[in-house]
Design a protein around this ligand. Sequence first.
Ligand code: MN
Length: 204
Amino acid sequence: MHTLPSLDYGYADLEPYFDEETMRLHHGKHHQSYIDKLNQALENYPELAQLSIKDLLIKADWPEPIKTAVGNHGGGHYNHSLFWQILAPAGQDNKQPTGEIGQAIEATFGSFEEFKNKFSQAAMGQFGSGWAWLTLKVDGQLQIETGANQFCPLTVGRQPLFNLDVWEHAYYLKYRNRRSDYIDAFWPIVNWEKVNEIYLIHLN
Ligand code: MN
């Protein structure tokens, strides 16, 4: 049984960047719904039901109907679980990437500003529902990418380091159709310490 991970902060703690009502619905309803549907799809497959969400996504070529359920609801579960982890209430600590991930971002993209622009452009350019990602490739290089719907880079062998949900349900209540305002609001609440931790765990 997959279960909804609890947040390390309250629904109102990301205000004024991400509003309380959106956080409440996004975590409690949208994310929960992916989990419910994933559990439902796995009901008759006890062996698969024991696998972690990561293992389900890494082995992407399941027979149907599992393949579609894992791709949609499994992706939805993993992607949101990561998203909650890489967010934190705004403060001095999360203005700039710290530690090794800060150095890797500078080495790859020239500067944090460059990276931020490229990532924001990618997030803006994702047509329709989807996510923007910073991933780690098998060769240890960083990559910005986007994917439609609940696509997860784990299914193609890349380790997600952080992500930004650009489905309208993530921003419509507060930002209406202004996705770029929502993207600007994301940067002050990135938990760079956590991103660095994830980077170090997966860097061989
Ligand atoms: Mn979402």
